[in-house]
Design a protein around this ligand. Structure first.
Ligand code: AHR
Length: 773
């Protein structure tokens, strides 16, 4: 609710733009695999996400505490739970759970597992369970395995008998008789006795991948899949780096490891083989990021720009010990591509996949180019891989110890987590990029500043950026968004492309931007001229104040002065909620504004979640323009609930100063313009359709005159698909998964000159199919 308004202006509501597309030429080829995906074990993307296991901590390795496990003792029975390593299942599954039940009258008792913050039971779904178990002398069961509600309602059940004193594997299945998003699995007995459990598993259906998430990835039609990290590959030390050989074979033989950068246990069920299978299922080329013997450096202030601060962690392998690490990368290629007669190819065949996976790209390390040791180690990999697998393409990390041209490479990997305007600038810079340097992979990108958990602002800036990539795929032929997946209960990083809980999932507006690009994949791009109004940034206009993700009240709001010379003061109090306050000013009614966010989380591009394993975004104050996001730096600070604050905004021409309780928080020069209000790209699909990608970053509708010059067709059948939202801060959510989603419309047949109205804040794809004469 807007609590206060000062001086409302009248506005115009339609802008005009002109677009000329030159169809007289064949155009410039677009890289066929330009848009891929990057999957990292972050935010429980794999464990608890894409990998369809429902039991968390099934091997009791995860935490010093029981974590997802709890005792079940609904009646007079007593149960004690202990970690026990005295009779391990095997050398890597050393710790099991000992369950001691005292049940004088045969009451039920045992353990339960809540899965990844609730097991989703779905009526009619078949569930497969398995577990390793053993009983103490004299205890052979039976055990009852039940999928049940918190209140004990039984949805599915099976019995296990014949426990021995040695470990045996038990499995079974049942159908769920009801739907419950927060079910649990229980393993109980109706008698006293002691038994042990390990590697407890419950899966819906037969697939190792979760169906809805897999479908969302398929819908992106990725050209390649980069895996498995990310910082996840580097780890915090040697013990927590991702070593692929520990992630293959039976689950019983996979030790799992602490995912130190993201602060949770990785079961490694989603291992090297599963990542390769995923690529195959998606019809995408595998891009493997190999551990380079170097470690992410959490002891430095920030993972960015740390060259001079870089303390060489003791975990980095010295040069004379790099031999086995390089061999590990060679063996990975052998596992993926080698003949079944090779050592590693034979293991792949044993795992059920005799055909090679066709690993095409290998990246040496992730963001290790920050490390001054990188170049020498990189060369070890490069020489060994090129000697043995000349067809495998090698990707070097950016910001290497040497310049790009001194190191041989097929690609350099660049990462960009940007503010909206930076993303747009980046695309423009590509137009002027040195065509003689190495080709680049944009293996991690996202608009992060003022992006919340993935809002419309970020999606629009990315749409402009991705158009720039299509235009320049000769120098940057591969790109993937990061991060891809996030469990809503375990967010390490924001924004992400796809969010989910145990039951459902949704794509952010950025996801739909990617999908629209994928649905109209271009074979070539042709020249486009766009004439559109600039996004002028005003400093005069109406002021409104409201709570942002919080309730707030305001008193004594007043403005003194006129035009772009005024001082606005108000007393403000947050009354409830986790958020803060936003004062929007310089509003002309078009939807554009300047805004001071006070004590609001999740706005800045600076991450406060790094390595925290949780949502540690701090509340901060930030001055923003509506589309461009942050102006100047954010200043950390929260608002106390119930306390009155004196808020003051002073505008003198383009200079804006913001004060809280008399203290100056921001003092910034506001830019005159945010650049053009409309961006356009055009090209042809392999099938000869003409595609226009139009981004209207202004909140006003735009009437666009489009001239399809020099084309061979007189008329086209036309389909438009657009993504729009009134407010740039709008996001999708589990509750409203399609609040912002593509809207498709069949248009009447059009000629080579047409008029089209773009919604404000919109990304539109026009697909024009030449009509037969
Ligand atoms: O995508 C999240 C992280 O960002 C990746 O792990 C790392 O490579 C990058 O800095």
């Amino acid at each position: 609710m807007k609590n206060l308004i000062i001086a409302l202006f009248s506005i115009c509501c339609l802008q005009a733009a002109e677009i000329r597309v030159d169809l007289s030429q064949a155009g410039k080829k677009v890289s066929p695999n330009l848009f891929g995906i990057f999957i990292e074990e972050i935010n429980h993307a794999g464990d608890g996400g894409l990998y369809a296991e429902l039991i968390r901590n099934g091997s009791f390795a995860e935490a010093p505490t029981l974590d997802a496990w709890a005792a079940v003792r609904p009646s007079a029975a007593n149960v004690n739970l202990f970690f026990d390593s005295s009779t391990p299942l095997n050398s890597v599954k050393a710790r099991s759970l000992r369950i001691e039940i005292n049940s004088p009258n045969g009451e039920r008792a045992g353990v339960s597992n809540e899965g990844y913050w609730g097991i989703a039971a779905k009526q009619g779904e078949s569930y497969q369970f398995s577990m390793w178990a053993r009983g103490a002398e004299g205890f052979d069961g039976p055990l009852t395995v039940t999928l049940e509600g918190k209140d004990g309602a039984v949805y599915g059940q099976a019995q296990i008998t014949g426990l021995k004193t040695a470990w045996s594997r038990f499995s079974g299945s049942f159908q769920a008789g009801a739907t419950d998003p927060a079910a649990r699995l229980t393993i109980t007995a109706n008698r006293g006795g002691t038994f042990w459990l390990n590697l407890v598993s419950l899966r819906p259906g037969k697939d190792i991948f979760r169906a809805d998430l897999l479908q969302m990835l398929k819908d992106l039609k990725p050209g390649f899949v980069r895996f498995p990290g990310g910082t996840y590959v580097q780890g915090n030390d040697r013990a927590t780096a991702w070593r692929w050989k520990n992630t293959i074979g039976d689950l019983e033989s996979r030790p799992g490891h602490q995912n130190a950068p993201w602060n949770y246990w990785s079961t490694d069920s989603m291992g090297f083989h599963e990542y390769l299978l995923l690529c195959e299922r998606l019809g995408a080329v595998p891009m493997y990021v190999a551990y380079a013997g170097m470690t992410w450096t959490p002891n430095t202030k920030s993972p960015f720009g740390v060259l001079e601060n870089h303390k060489i962690p003791v975990s980095d392998f010295p040069m004379d010990q790099m031999g086995p690490i390089v061999q590990e990368a060679l063996d990975a290629i052998d596992y993926a591509n080698g003949p079944v007669t090779s050592t590693w190819g034979a293991l792949r065949a044993k795992a059920g996949h005799p055909a090679p996976f066709g690993l095409k790209y290998i990246e040496i390390g992730n963001e290790d180019g920050f490390n001054p040791l990188y170049a020498d180690r990189y060369m070890l990999f490069y020489s060994a891989i090129k000697a043995r697998y000349p067809d495998v393409q090698i990707i070097a990390n950016e910001r290497r110890g040497r310049t790009a041209r001194e190191l041989p490479m097929d690609f350099v990997d660049e990462h960009i987590y940007a503010r909206p305007m930076m993303a747009i600038e980046m695309a423009k810079r590509l137009d002027g990029r040195d065509r003689n340097g190495p080709k680049a992979v944009l293996a991690e990108y996202a608009v992060q500043g003022s992006a919340g958990f993935g809002n419309m602002r970020a999606a629009l800036a990315e749409a402009v950026m991705l158009s720039g990539l299509e235009r320049n795929s000769d120098v940057m032929p591969l790109a993937s968004y990061a991060p891809l997946l996030a469990h809503v209960k375990a967010i390490n990083w924001r924004p992400d492309l796809i969010y989910f809980d145990g039951v459902s999932s949704y794509g952010t507006p950025s996801y739909y931007v990617q999908k629209l690009f994928a649905d109209t994949r271009l074979d070539s791009v042709v020249p486009v001229e766009v004439k559109a109004d600039e996004m002028k940034v005003r400093t005069d206009g109406a002021v409104t104040a409201e709570g942002f993700n919080a309730k707030a009240e305001f008193q004594d709001g007043r403005g003194i002065g006129t035009g772009d010379n005024f001082t606005y003061t108000v007393r403000a109090r947050k009354t409830a909620g986790d958020g803060g306050i936003v004062i929007r000013f310089a509003q002309d009614g078009s939807g554009a504004y300047l805004a001071w966010f006070i004590g609001v989380r999740h706005r800045a591009s600076t991450l406060h979640v790094w390595g925290g394993g949780g949502m540690l975004d701090v509340p901060a104050h930030q001055l923003e323009s509506s589309f461009g996001g942050a102006i100047g730096r954010q200043v950390n600070g929260a608002l106390d609930t119930g306390r009155w604050y004196d808020v003051k905004i002073q505008v003198e021409g383009r200079r804006v100063r913001c004060f809280l309780d008399g203290k100056e928080i921001h003092n910034a020069e506001v830019p005159e313009t945010l650049g053009p209000s409309v961006y356009g790209l055009a090209g042809r699909t392999a099938g000869g359709e003409v595609v226009l990608r139009l981004v209207n970053v202004s909140p006003l509708k735009q009437s666009v005159s489009i001239d399809l010059a020099g084309g061979s067709a007189d008329r086209y059948s036309a389909v438009s698909t657009h993504l729009t939202s009134k407010n740039l801060d709008d996001e999708n959510s589990l509750a409203e998964p399609k609040r912002i989603a593509p809207i498709e419309r069949q248009l009447p047949s059009v000629g080579s000159k047409l008029q089209y109205e773009l919604e404000g804040n919109s990304f539109t794809v026009l697909k024009l199919t030449p009509e037969r004469k």
